[in-house]
Design a protein around this ligand. Sequence first.
Ligand code: FDA
Length: 394
Amino acid sequence: MQDFDAIILGAGAAGLFAAGEAGRRGRAVAVIDHARRIGEKIRISGGGRCNFTNLSTAPDRFLSANPRFAISALRRFTPRDFLARVEEAGIAWTEKAAGQLFCEGKASQIVALLQRGAEAGGARLMTGTAIAGVSREGALFRVDTDQGSLRAPRVVVATGGKSIPKIGATGIGYRIAEDFGLPLTDTRPALVPLTFAEQELARLAPLAGVAVPARVAAARGPAFAEPILFTHRGLSGPAILQVSSYWREGEEVIADLDPGRSLAEALRAQRQSAGKVQLGNALARLMPEKVAGLVLASAGLDPTARLADQGNAALDRLAAAARMPLRPVGSEGYRTAEVTLGGVDTDALDGRTMEAKAVPGLHFIGEVVDVTGWLGGYNFQWAWSSAWACAQAL
Ligand code: FDA
């Protein structure tokens, strides 16, 4: 006997949205989560204001072993579609950086929107309920929990990734995939601060707390022109988080600390107009003083020397030093990572329904799937789009 049309595992962004959409279609669903409070990650997202989508959403803003997989879901449920829901709910929003939409008020408004949607559709929200496992029982799936077992012809795995275990991430979705013989791609922390060996950290540490515009690139992937933030543990800030999704151990990251202009030319112009100034002061007009100190030290130049005494070769050396090669040794890991890169291999899923091709009735949505967005609202958009696509098939 089935208890529900579908059982959704995980009351996060994807699970709650799927529950509401399935309810709209008249499906009886249960949503199970071991956390006492639903949507915890939404609540802490975007600095408490939830960057709930990005109007520039396009497939190239996502990392996946199959970059084409996300296209269908992203086209069928777009950022404008989610924005319409936000507006319907009377939630005031604001566009911060280009395309990045945040709540004007608290992120908990998005949680409330999702909860209302799920409840309006009649979903049964079962919080404080730990999932032990999923198995087949004839034509149904059986979900075992610490409160007993439930049965349904469809199960939706929306248990997210491994990031921030402190607020409930367990990675159980990967285990469920494996239990059903589905392939996984390698998982690793992403959108995460990078850490450095002792010597390099000692060089960077005096700058802790300084943020500076930069253009940062790893050996693969695009360059990100966004701020970086020096911290006591290494480097953070949007550009570093973005690049962390592309960086691999042993590789360098190049941080251009004076992006968008020729530093050598700017210094040559100063040399003509105010050559008596000390080199350190001249550079500090173009970037934060402490960063200027770091660049001068990297170039082996004396900050007290007169700008007028520097030849073009020295200024070129300085400009080259501002394109700083950095050698991270690791990241802060899942403790602070915003997302998990990798996950359930998209080759095993149908991109229209998120259903496992080899296990009819078993769906995977949201972060557990090997689709990882850039920083900037893309990961929530993936949660909404994949959940919506899945819900049409429940
Ligand atoms: P999500 O993690 O939201 O939900 C999974 C649910 O499954 C959780 O409720 C969890 O308790 C439950 N669960 C896990 N294991 C379980 C088990 N064994 N038994 C029962 N339940 C279990 N993205 C973005 O687009 N804009 C932003 O502003 C931010 N900001 C941000 C800040 C921080 C600090 C973090 C950590 C992350 C972000 N993100 C973000 C990323 C975004 O939060 C993330 O991509 C989505 O929440 C993923 O949605 P899911 O529903 O897939 O997982």
